[in-house]
Design a binder for this molecule. Structure first.
Ligand code: F6P
Length: 326
């Protein structure tokens, strides 16, 4: 491919706070470098349906502070098919788009990786998901805001739990990953944290919970990651009820409120850096890579690695859960 003149930008998969800041950074960096920018609406569906809108510098005014995504998003089944990707390619060519920045998570990068094996229009990914479960980057856009949302909610639950001497099982998002559970659990002083990554002996849930109760506490918060193999918070609470007869148990599922809200300052800054870096990467001739942050520095990670390798939990945090609950 020759020099890039017109790029597309899309958001795909679950939205996350800070995606708008990333769209803004992509758009303005591209314009600054003399490129044209096309917003692709509704993720990969927008590529298949040619749902394109030209973006100017003012198109991204007054959005850095907003949650959601002005470009809309979707999980697109059709893009998983060769026919869907062929239509998408033809539409990109017809619109003169010669590079794409895809902002999203694991599913988004899997689609982009396959597309780049088949077609010559380069894709660069920007990690945007509240789950923070992408290998190769310490941080994904939206994670910090979601964490703060969870902690604020759990603090409120703690007030009522304490008033009634209750035990709460609080379910947080994270698909099949415990990052939100671990960090929000530490930040809210949870008595136990149940995560899909912790298996075997450490899965002695009663022990985990009783550990926090060597001295009788007036409230107990058990954070449960939604993707746990034993089920969600409701299933786990039901299972444990017979063993926890002394406790007055309630369940709270935080759900999609974790995905909304105005992005934190950190999410806005990191989204701005990553969006900028994605356009720079396209200008440098990169393709099939994600821009990420490692030790607060921008890095490029091949999609191949980002989607195949598993990002483990921060073990030093796992190790102190029990310690902090003596
Ligand atoms: O990937 C982000 C996420 O919020 C996960 O934590 C959650 O499992 C999933 O999306 C929910 O997806 P949906 O909004 O499609 O129900």
């Amino acid at each position: 491919m020759g020099k890039i003149k017109k790029i597309g930008v899309l958001t795909s998969g679950g939205d996350s706070p800070g995606m708008n800041a990333a769209i803004r950074a992509v758009t303005r960096t591209a314009i600054y470098n003399g490129l044209e920018v096309i917003g692709i609406r509704h993720g990969y569906s927008g590529m298949i349906n040619a749902n394109f809108k030209p973006m100017k510098a003012f198109s991204v005014s007054d959005i850095i502070q907003r949650g959601g995504t002005i470009l809309k998003t979707a999980r697109c089944e059709e893009f998983r098919t060769p026919e869907g990707r062929k239509t998408a390619y033809e539409n990109l060519v017809a619109a003169g788009i010669d590079g794409v920045v895809a902002i999203g998570g694991d599913g988004t990068f899997k689609g982009a990786a396959i597309f780049n094996e088949e077609y010559d229009i380069p894709f660069v990914g920007v990690p945007g998901t509240i789950d923070n479960d992408i290998y190769g980057t310490d941080y994904t856009i939206g994670y910090d805001t979601a964490l703060n949302t969870v902690v604020e909610a759990v603090d409120k639950i703690r007030d009522t739990a304490s008033a009634h001497n209750r035990m709460f099982f609080v379910e947080v998002m994270g698909a099949e990953a415990g990052h939100i559970a671990l960090y929000s659990g530490i930040a809210s002083g949870a008595e136990a944290i149940i995560m899909p990554e912790i298996k075997g002996e450490a899965r002695d849930l009663r022990r985990m919970i009783e550990n926090g109760n060597k001295r009788k506490k007036s409230s107990n918060i058990i954070i449960v990651a939604e993707g746990d193999e034993e089920g969600g918070a409701i299933a786990i609470a039901e299972k444990l009820k017979p063993e926890l007869k002394d406790y007055d148990i309630r369940v709270s599922i935080l759900g999609h409120l974790q995905r909304g809200g105005s992005p934190s300052a950190l999410d806005r800054v990191n989204a701005s850096r990553l969006g900028n870096a994605a356009v720079e990467a396209l200008l440098d001739g990169q393709k099939s890579v994600m821009v990420g942050l490692q030790n607060n520095e921008i890095v490029l990670v091949p999609f191949r690695k980002a989607v195949k390798l598993h990002k483990g939990l921060n073990q030093s945090l796992v190790d102190i859960i029990d310690v902090l609950n003596v």
